[in-house]
Ligand binder design. Structure first.
Ligand code: NAD
Length: 454
């Protein structure tokens, strides 16, 4: 790994990656590469976990194309010097902020959206003028292989290089000094990455996971709310960091809610055959999910096939916060439903746990919506919808507390890979004697006056 990083550092130091034209050219090239190879990209992800071409386009490639188009359109604006006003003490002078790339960056991807979660941070890094070493997740091996093949064949390794591998390779990479580490994955590995980066004082963005709740309050549009929530939960068979992890439903609408959920799941026809479902990524994740199932609480579904890595959309009811399913992030197609009566009490229970990556409120009750938004800290979320907030690149996407730190997509991604250099550019026309010897009471009075501090 050492020579790879050294080569990139030498290249970065030539300043080649800083030119706006260079950045745009690389982004265009990346888009062309993805577009020209869509068929192979589709085949690879289908082999990994039966993700269809439809889903690959809507939840992976379209997001990358959008990020690239937006970056090309805005890179000049985002990287322009920003003038700011100068304080009285420094006049006459100009003050401005210069965005600059951090340097050599490391992007570590997760498996659940293998293209999106590897390439979107790389797009942000390139837009900001960095070089990139990309380490995709090793679990979906075919997508990892094809990203390595395409990128390493078409980009200079000193600028953009894919390194494949698992824990040993990632550890070796993390021993190197990078100028930025961008990690997507579990909170457990996030801590390992953070510690490794701390040894070099390297800044990190950590896009982690957690248990994201979805509230259904007493007065809500059940039909449309459940439709949107079920789509969000079972997209990618629940293997989505921002999927609703568990439901908090008001006790007065619980029965109606469950009936609506059942009808919606049946109506959705989740199956590989109709491109509407995916496999669980591997057998060990199948066993992890099976261990979470409480047979006595199954309301709907609960069947699985270990060999096929198929896990039916499953709804658990009468769940409590003490149940096994409520201990860790589910990251699969099991949806526990907890009923509540008192909003303050249930908010208190959510707040006593780690800060979620996402939170969803299905409600027509403005006061309750505002109370939840005000009282609970979480990464981001939606009202009367789920997951779709991350498609709006005008808002950054990221977690807080155990669900992560830092944001990306759109300008937030550019900022994640940039340093903002503050410059005071002073005139030499005059030089007041105020701060120099001799230090008199009169001068001190004047300084206080200028500072507005009596
Ligand atoms: P993971 O943490 O197991 O792996 C992520 C990456 O870290 C992989 O590239 C892997 O090779 C590497 N890795 C694994 N163990 C390591 C170790 N001991 N030392 C160094 N590197 C190691 O995560 P995952 O299973 O790929 O993804 C699932 C998790 O990611 C879930 O918690 C999910 O919520 C989270 N996630 C978050 C986001 C987000 O944007 N916030 C997106 C997708 C997934």
């Amino acid at each position: 790994m050492e020579p790879i990083v050294k080569k990139q550092r030498d290249y970065f130091n030539t300043n080649a990656t800083k030119s706006i034209d260079f950045r745009k050219e690389q982004l265009r090239k990346l888009k062309r590469l993805l577009k020209d190879n869509e068929d192979d990209l589709n085949k690879a992800i289908y082999k990994d976990f039966k993700k269809s071409a439809f889903c690959n386009y809507t939840s992976e490639l379209s997001i990358l194309y959008n990020d690239i188009d937006e970056a090309i359109k805005n890179v000049k604006k985002w990287s322009a010097i920003k003038n700011v006003s100068t304080n009285l003490l420094n006049l006459p002078a100009k003050s401005y902020i210069i965005p600059e790339p951090l340097g050599v960056s490391l992007v570590i991807g997760a498996w659940n959206y293998p293209y999106q979660l590897s390439i979107a941070p790389a797009i942000a890094a390139i837009t900001a003028g960095n070089t990139v070493v990309l380490k995709p997740s090793e679990l979906p091996i075919n997508t990892s292989n094809i990203m390595a093949k395409l990128i390493n064949k078409n980009f200079a390794p000193e600028f953009f290089k894919v390194v494949e591998g698992g824990i040993p390779e990632t550890k070796e990479l993390l021993d190197q000094k990078f100028d930025k580490v961008f990690f997507t994955g579990s909170s457990y590995v996030g801590k390992i990455v953070y510690q490794a980066a701390a040894k070099h004082l390297t800044p990190v963005t950590l896009e982690l996971g957690g248990k994201s709740p979805a509230f259904f309050t007493e007065k809500c549009d059940l039909k449309i709310g459940v439709k949107r929530m079920i789509w969000a939960k079972f997209l990618n068979a629940g293997q989505t960091c921002v999927a609703p992890d568990y439901i908090l439903v008001h006790k007065n609408i619980k029965d109606e809610f469950l009936k609506t959920v059942k009808a919606e799941v049946e109506n959705s026809h989740f199956a590989f055959e109709n491109d509407n479902y995916v496999q669980i990524i591997n057998e060990s994740n199948m066993h992890r999910l099976i261990a979470m199932l409480d047979e006595n609480k199954i309301y709907l579904g609960g069947k699985y096939d270990i060999k096929e890595r198929f896990f039916e959309p499953t709804i658990l009811t009468d769940v409590t916060f003490d149940d096994t399913i409520m201990k860790d992030e589910i990251f699969g197609p099991i949806l526990p439903v907890i009923e509540y009566d008192d909003i303050d009490d249930i908010i208190g229970k959510v707040k006593s746990r780690s800060k979620p990556l996402a939170l969803y409120i299905f409600s027509k009750e403005k006061k309750i919506r505002q109370k939840i938004l005000n009282d609970i800290s979480f990464g981001g979320g939606a009202i009367n919808d789920a997951i779709m907030h991350l498609t709006n690149t005008n808002m950054g996407f990221g977690g807080v507390g155990e669900s992560g730190m830092g944001n990306y997509h759109g300008e937030s991604g550019f900022k994640a890979f940039s340093h903002y250099k503050s410059i005071l550019d002073k005139s030499t026309l005059i030089e007041p004697n105020l701060k120099y010897h001799p230090r008199t009471d009169k001068k001190l009075k004047l300084i206080k006056m200028i500072l507005g501090q009596k």
